[in-house]
Design a protein around this ligand. Structure first.
Ligand SMILES: O=c1[nH]c(=O)n([C@H]2C[C@H](O)[C@@H](COP(=O)(O)O)O2)cc1CO
Length: 133
C-alpha cells in the first residue's frame, strides 16, 4: 500500500512533530511516499518549485490512498486533495479545532474526521485502514 501523506509546509510548520508521529503510525499500513513532510528540520533543498510540484504529482499518481492533515491551512494540501479527487484516489482528511474549510468538510466524495489528540487520530487511521481491508 502506497500512502501519500499531505500536510502543510509553506502553510506553516507548527504541526511538523505531529505529522512525524502520524507518518510513523501510517507506516504500520504501508510505504509513506512523503516522509519528508514530518521532518522537523525540513529545509527546502535546491529543488525548484517545478521539480517539487512534478515529484509530488508523480507520488500522488503512484499512491493508493491520500491521508491529509488539514488543520494548518495550506494551499499545497488543498491542491493535492483536489488533484487526488480528480484521479479518483481514496482520500481521508483529519483536522483539529472548531472547523476546517467547507470545501473540505463539505465535500461528499471523501471523508473528513475531527480529532483532538494524537491517540485519537491514530485510532481513526486504524479504522480507515481496517475498513479498506
Ligand atoms: O517543499 C515542498 N515540498 C512538498 O512536498 N510540498 C507539498 C507536500 C505537502 O503536502 C504540500 C504542502 O503545501 P504548502 O507548502 O503550500 O503548505 O505540498 C510543498 C513544498 C513547499 O510548498
Amino acid at each position: 500500500m502506497k500512502i501519500y501523506f499531505s500536510g502543510a509546509i509553506r502553510g506553516g510548520r507548527q504541526d511538523a512533530q505531529l505529522y512525524q508521529e502520524i507518518i510513523a503510525h501510517l507506516k504500520n499500513y504501508g510505504e509513506v511516499l512523503t516522509e519528508h513532510i514530518g521532518q522537523m528540520d525540513l529545509q527546502e533543498d535546491n529543488l525548484s518549485d517545478v521539480q517539487i510540484h512534478d515529484q509530488d504529482m508523480a507520488w500522488l499518481t503512484a499512491s493508493d490512498v491520500i491521508i491529509a492533515d488539514v488543520t494548518v491551512p495550506s494551499l499545497g494540501v488543498g491542491y493535492e486533495i483536489g488533484r487526488g479527487l480528480e484521479m479518483k484516489k481514496p482520500i481521508y482528511c483529519f483536522y483539529r479545532g472548531e472547523k476546517t474549510s467547507a470545501m473540505i468538510s463539505g465535500c461528499q466524495d471523501f471523508k473528513t474526521f475531527k480529532y483532538e489528540t494524537l491517540e485519537e487520530v491514530k485510532g481513526l487511521i486504524d479504522g480507515v485502514f481496517e475498513s479498506m481491508g
